[in-house]
Design a protein around this ligand. Structure first.
Ligand SMILES: NC(=O)c1ccc[n+]([C@@H]2O[C@H](COP(=O)([O-])OP(=O)(O)OC[C@H]3O[C@@H](n4cnc5c(N)ncnc54)[C@H](O)[C@@H]3O)[C@@H](O)[C@H]2O)c1
Length: 341
């Protein structure tokens, strides 16, 4: 079996690029050979002097031949696949068929290729998938537990849930060794705004801390009751840590019927986030937030769950952020000042 050959899809994006970097630094994945791929050629995360073996592959995973080619590189068959590409919430809501093509069809294609090439190895290939809390919708209990039934109210959640079901069944059959993390909303993310409905939850902090204007699509001003919307958050650092950790859990830690874990998070309201911005960036930062109520965004984020029981994820060894939203905003400011964000 080829060892420590890892394929990461969506590696031109925010989270997969952090995962690629973290894999290079992971002591439990020594001498890694990393294949990073995206529809736009991903940036090599190493400096020229680094010696790690990295292949950057431009591939559109909605094209079957391109998926197959990822298993035919000079690194051989990967032992781990991070399936992280996708069309985000608002993008798949507005472009239903395209969203299904990327978030369902191309994931299933990658899963089948992982099964096919894994059968040539001694062990099934680990298939780590970034799902989302958007799988939940409709009436929900106050706190989501592993027993809560997922009934999405959007195309993005539908796509994620569909892929989860395939991964569970492929794992039960021993075709792949799946690990699925339903991720909280990640904040504060660096970079440009995205097509995710949650994008503003980073933008209303990121842009003002850089001295730039930001738009908040819920509420009409700082006193709007809509700002009391609770959101289930995790920091990028904690999510990245948990995605690396997912690779190292023994498959025997999971029950037979599901590989799905709700990654740990914490609840904060948009108002608390804005208050953290005020404490870290001052009143002038707050003045950069412009309110433009956008009903479709509000409908989607309103349907997402707000509180989870972290017990199962913590029992498996995943970790949670401590201290709420303020330390995350403080860290982001330091990153801005250091030119890292
Ligand atoms: N950021 C969050 O808050 C969050 C929350 C829950 C789940 N997730 C999941 O985590 C993963 C990464 O999220 P992100 O925020 O980094 O997203 P992102 O939009 O930054 O990255 C997604 C990447 O997928 C690529 N992609 C899209 N279509 C493709 C195709 N046909 N072929 C190849 N690549 C394609 C895009 O080019 C992009 O670089 C996604 O699966 C997302 O659904 C993210």
């Amino acid at each position: 079996m080829s060892t420590n050959v890892v394929l990461v899809t969506g590696a031109g994006g925010f989270l997969a690029s952090l995962v690629a970097q973290a894999l290079l630094e992971d002591p439990q994945t020594p001498n890694i050979r990393l294949i990073i791929t995206d529809v736009v050629e991903p940036r090599n995360p190493t400096k020229a002097s680094d010696t790690a073996d990295i292949l950057t592959v431009k591939a559109d995973l909605t094209k079957p031949g391109e998926t197959d080619s990822l298993f035919h590189t000079r690194f051989g068959i990967p032992d781990t696949v991070y399936c992280m590409h996708g069309i985000m919430s608002r993008g798949s809501e507005d472009n239903f068929d395209f969203g299904l093509k990327v978030n369902v069809d191309s994931v299933r294609e990658l899963l089948q290729a992982t099964r096919k090439y894994g059968s040539q190895l001694k062990h099934p290939i680990k298939f780590i998938f970034t799902s989302s809390c958007a799988v939940y919708g409709g009436p929900q209990p106050h706190i989501i537990t592993p027993e809560t039934v997922a009934t999405p109210e959007g195309a993005y959640g539908l796509g994620k849930l569909t892929s989860e079901l395939f991964i569970n069944e492929f794992s039960r059959r021993g075709y792949v060794d799946g690990r699925v993390l339903r991720l909280p909303t990640i904040a504060i993310r660096s970079g440009a705004p995205t097509g995710a409905s949650s994008s503003f939850m980073s933008g209303i902090v990121r842009e003002p801390l850089k001295g730039l204007p930001a738009t908040c699509p819920v509420g009409t001003d700082l006193s709007s009751p809509e700002l009391d919307l609770p959101v289930w958050f995790s920091s990028p650092e904690t999510v990245t840590h948990n995605l690396i950790y997912a690779k190292h859990i023994s498959s025997s830690a999971f029950p037979k019927h599901t590989r799905v874990v709700c990654a740990p998070g914490f609840t904060a309201t948009i108002r608390e986030e804005i208050e953290a911005l005020r404490q870290v960036g001052g009143e002038e930062a707050l003045r950069l937030i412009k309110f433009e109520d956008d009903p479709p965004t509000k409908r989607l984020v309103d349907s997402w769950p707000q509180r989870f029981d972290n017990t199962y994820a913590l029992s498996l060894g995943f970790k949670a952020d401590k201290g709420g939203i303020l330390p995350i905003v403080e860290k982001f400011k330091k990153d801005v000042e250091a030119g890292r964000a």
